[in-house]
Design a protein around this ligand. Structure first.
Ligand code: CND
Ligand code: ZN
Ligand code: ZN
Length: 376
């Protein structure tokens, strides 16, 4: 029986308040309005940014359906939608691309003005409401995506159609972790052949930075993590050396400066801590180094930095979604994955049924998983 135009009752993982487990609830998902798309989710990865909401590091209105690294199939479309049709395989875009705003028209930038991330999240679709409700109460969206639900509704500027032959339980990682890391290396840093790189944090995003550094031709890729269990996978994906700050009595930036004749060419902070953001900055060469912030910093926290650190020539930058224009890049990355230009399988350490979402977060918090893919 067709569900088009009807309210769908289905399961979603609702986060009612911070510091609490997700609750699998029966929710109602209203049909898509004009310029909206309703998607049947097939798979979703679990990213640390979702956990940042649970821990209170990242603030978004609650209760909400979180999740921003998913893939699914279009169930129905609202009036005026032309970019996808029912049956298409798609990836929701937490960093949308409206194509019309100042940033979408900017040749380099990607953080579309229609985003609902980070700065002042409303937790809604563009019309200021959500299509989710539970027990008669509206449930918020999360950064235009809300993939922890059997069905979600997104704005048409926040969805990309992908290759119909692609495996959704793998390419869901292109919705965040892979693209964010890979783009940070190839697009934001513009890693050069023969260069030396240091990557702080070897989760799904940091390992994807390593993949990007390798594809860009870096000759040394130094992986940094306090969990040595992450080193084998980092080496498999292209790290040439792995170091654990806990093994040294001096600060890790001094160790890296000594290892690399004064500092690396490119450093990446892929953890989300203020102290490692400073360490990564100091690890790149004072006159020619480029340091990229990828990790999401704790809400409303600031760093105090001596401007002399930049005056000599360092560059310090950051980006959302690897600096990639999402609607343009996601289908291309899926095509590149299908052409075996980069791997995703090594990033997926666990696959669990969606109902086991709390187990997936426990694995992440315990440092035992890279990416868990939840399947619906
Ligand atoms: P995940 O938690 O899997 O990896 C972080 C890694 O950092 C782990 O291996 C830790 O052991 C390691 N670590 C923790 N503390 C330290 C330390 N002091 N020194 C060295 N290593 C340490 O996280 P993830 O890979 O899913 O995400 C990484 C960050 O990227 C996180 O902050 C997330 O919120 C952020 C992010 C950013 C964006 C974006 O668009 N910029 C998108 N998604 C996620
Ligand atoms: Zn993410
Ligand atoms: Zn835009």
């Amino acid at each position: 029986m067709s569900t088009v135009g009807k309210v769908i009752r289905c399961k979603a993982a609702v986060l009612w308040e911070p510091h609490k487990p997700f609750v699998i609830e029966d929710i109602e998902v209203a049909p898509p309005k004009a310029h909206e798309v309703r998607i049947k989710m097939v798979a979703t990865g679990v990213c640390r940014s979702d956990d940042h909401v649970v821990s209170g590091t990242l603030i978004t209105p609650l209760p909400a359906v979180l999740g921003h690294e998913g893939a699914g199939i279009v169930e129905s479309i609202g009036e005026g939608v032309t970019c996808v049709k029912p049956g298409d395989k798609v990836i929701p875009l937490f960093s949308p691309q409206c194509g019309k705003c100042r940033i979408c028209k900017h040749p380099e930038s990607n953080f579309c003005c229609q985003n609902d991330s980070l700065e002042k999240p409303q937790g809604t679709l563009r019309d200021g409401t959500s299509r989710f409700s539970c027990k008669g109460k509206p449930i918020h969206n999360f950064i235009s995506t809300s993939t922890f639900s059997q069905y979600t509704v997104v704005d048409d500027i926040a969805v990309a159609k992908i290759d119909g032959a692609s495996p959704l339980d793998k390419v869901c990682l292109i919705g965040c972790g892979f693209s964010t890391g890979y783009g940070s290396a190839v697009k934001v840093a513009k890693v050069t052949p023969g260069s030396t790189c240091a990557v702080f944090g070897l989760g799904g995003v940091g390992l994807s930075v390593i993949i990007g550094c390798k594809v860009a031709g870096a000759s040394r890729i130094i992986a940094v993590d306090i969990n040595k269990d992450k080193f084998a996978k980092a080496k498999e994906l292209g790290a040439t050396e792995c170091i654990n700050p806990k093994d040294y009595s001096k600060p890790i930036h001094e160790v890296l400066q000594e290892m690399t004749d004064g500092g690396v060419d490119f450093s990446f902070e892929v953890i989300g801590h203020l102290d490692t953001m400073t360490s990564a900055l100091l690890s790149c060469h004072a006159a020619c180094g480029v340091s990229i912030i990828v990790g999401v910093p704790p809400n409303a926290k600031s760093l105090s930095v001596n401007p002399m650190l930049l005056l000599l020539g360092r560059t310090w930058k950051g980006a959302i979604f690897g600096g990639l224009k999402s609607k343009d890049s996601v289908p291309k990355l899926v095509t590149d994955f299908m052409a075996k230009k980069f791997p995703l399988d090594p990033l997926i350490t666990h696959v669990l049924p969606f109902e086991k979402i709390n187990e997936a977060f426990d694995l992440l918090r315990a440092g035992k998983s890279i990416r868990t893919v939840l399947t619906f």
